[in-house]
Design a protein around this ligand. Structure first.
Ligand code: ADP
Ligand code: ASP
Ligand code: MG
Length: 412
């Protein structure tokens, strides 16, 4: 008997009708004799709605209370799905993250799972029940409710799959799998049948939100095979797994974009040892994740330092940056939110120096200016104007022959 974890995202449980369709799908799987654990997200965009409500109360909601609030979204969908299954005569029981034994650290709103005590889930499975678990939440080592960061239900699913030694962790969503670009931005993107953890990690870190980064990290560490597929059809999706010899190493596997970051430039930074450590040490203490960093060649002992960070942390970072500038004697700073990052990912590019040049020339031919560049051994990222993002994505996708003949995602 196989243990299967199935995670349904917000759009899949957006309405009572959709929840009933999910119940039908889960019931079918359970009838095949599999032990089924279902992880659900909050209905539709209800987490956004809860965030909006909190900000109507205050600009800086207390993070513990934010978690109390946000965890409510998944409680609703888990209970409704369990009711739908029971109403069909399929025995089901729902658990909050805490009841399911998801133990996290104490970082409210971006907690990390540190342990999974899955005995209660296992007992319910042994009793022949379908288990529904609220995604995106857990209980901290201080016994408070925590949430795992936006998109965190994927991580709940993978963590449960690891703890239960499940045969597969299915992530069911509103697209048919992992594509070689976001189909909303590149309509003729192609679905990948398989992708390695290494490439999926780079894709997720570069903004491919179809799987949240932390879930892929967890899957790789624990050897969980993810099957990302459509929640609306039965067609096979994309397997995310360890590289095996026969897996073809494409020069370029996919492109990804991220428009969630802003660019900060600090001018007139004294070019002395220890300055970068002070700047980024202070920013790290504010728990702000810096992504790309570029430092210019210095002139007369001064340099400019440019970096990117989440837009959502921009307001919070202002005070810290002003303090840093005064502290190190820099001239000033500017923030720019109208940027986007475009990344090209492929394990095969490790050994091919021509990929970067091809990417840059495709952008140049389209008249698109590159403002920052960063690379890893299997990724090249460029910052461009946000307005240029769609065109930039399409020309790069075309340049590397990644597309299908026609748009596969009509209406997405
Ligand atoms: P869910 O609510 O099911 O978790 P998400 O919105 O988090 O769904 O993820 C699915 C979305 O991810 C798709 O609708 C698609 O627009 C976006 N996406 C971004 N990059 C990719 C990609 N490479 N392949 C597929 N979808 C992608
Ligand atoms: N409901 C949460 C969110 O919208 C978690 C998730 O959907 O994975 O981010
Ligand atoms: Mg998601």
């Amino acid at each position: 008997m196989a243990v299967v974890v199935q995670k349904f995202g917000g759009s899949s449980v957006a309405s009572p009708e959709r929840i009933k369709i999910v119940a039908e799908r889960v019931a079918k799987r359970a009838a095949q004799g599999d032990s089924v654990v279902v992880v659900v997200s909050a209905m539709g965009k209800s987490t956004d709605e809860l965030v909006r409500l909190a900000h109507e109360i205050t600009h800086r909601p207390h993070v513990r209370e934010m978690d109390m609030l946000l965890s409510a979204g998944e409680r609703i969908s888990m209970a409704l799905l369990s009711m739908a299954l029971n109403a069909r005569g399929v025995e089901a029981v729902s658990f909050t993250g805490s009841q399911a034994g998801i133990v996290t650290d104490t970082s409210h709103t971006k907690a990390r799972i540190v342990d999974v005590h899955s005995h209660r889930v296992e007992e319910a499975l042994d009793a022949g029940k379908v288990v529904i678990v609220a995604g995106f939440q857990g209980v901290s080592t201080d016994s408070d409710v925590t949430t795992l960061g936006r998109g965190g239900s994927d991580t709940t699913a993978v963590a449960l799959a690891a703890a239960l030694n499940a045969d597969v962790c299915e992530i069911l969503t509103d697209v048919a799998g992992v594509y070689n670009a976001d189909p909303r931005v590149v309509p003729n993107a192609r679905k990948l049948n398989e992708v390695t953890y290494e490439e999926m990690l780079e894709m997720a870190a570069s903004g491919a939100g179809v799987l949240v980064l932390r879930s892929v990290e967890f899957a790789r560490t624990h050897g969980v095979v993810i099957h990302c597929r459509s929640s609306f059809t039965d067609e096979p999706g994309t397997l995310v797994k360890e590289e095996v010899d026969e897996m073809e190493k494409a020069l370029v596997t996919a492109i990804a974009h991220d428009d969630s970051e802003a660019m900060i430039r600090i001018d007139g930074v004294p070019d002395q040892p220890g300055i970068a450590a002070r700047i980024f040490g202070d920013i790290a203490r504010e728990r702000i994740n810096v992504d790309m960093i570029v430092q210019n060649i210095s002139h007369e002992g001064k340099t400019d330092l440019t970096f990117t960070m989440p837009k959502e942390d921009l307001a919070r970072s202002g005070q810290a940056i002003r303090r840093i500038i005064a502290d190190i004697g820099a001239a000033g700073f500017s923030a720019d939110s109208d940027i986007a990052k475009l990344s090209l990912i492929g394990a095969g590019m490790k050994s091919d120096p021509g990929v970067a040049a091809d990417m840059f020339s495709a952008l140049a031919e389209a008249g698109i200016n590159i403002e920052m560049i960063s690379t890893s051994s299997i990724r090249i990222s460029c910052v461009v104007r946000a307005l240029d993002l769609e065109q930039a994505s399409q020309v790069i996708h075309d340049r590397f022959g990644l597309g299908t003949e026609e748009a596969v995602m009509e209406g997405v």
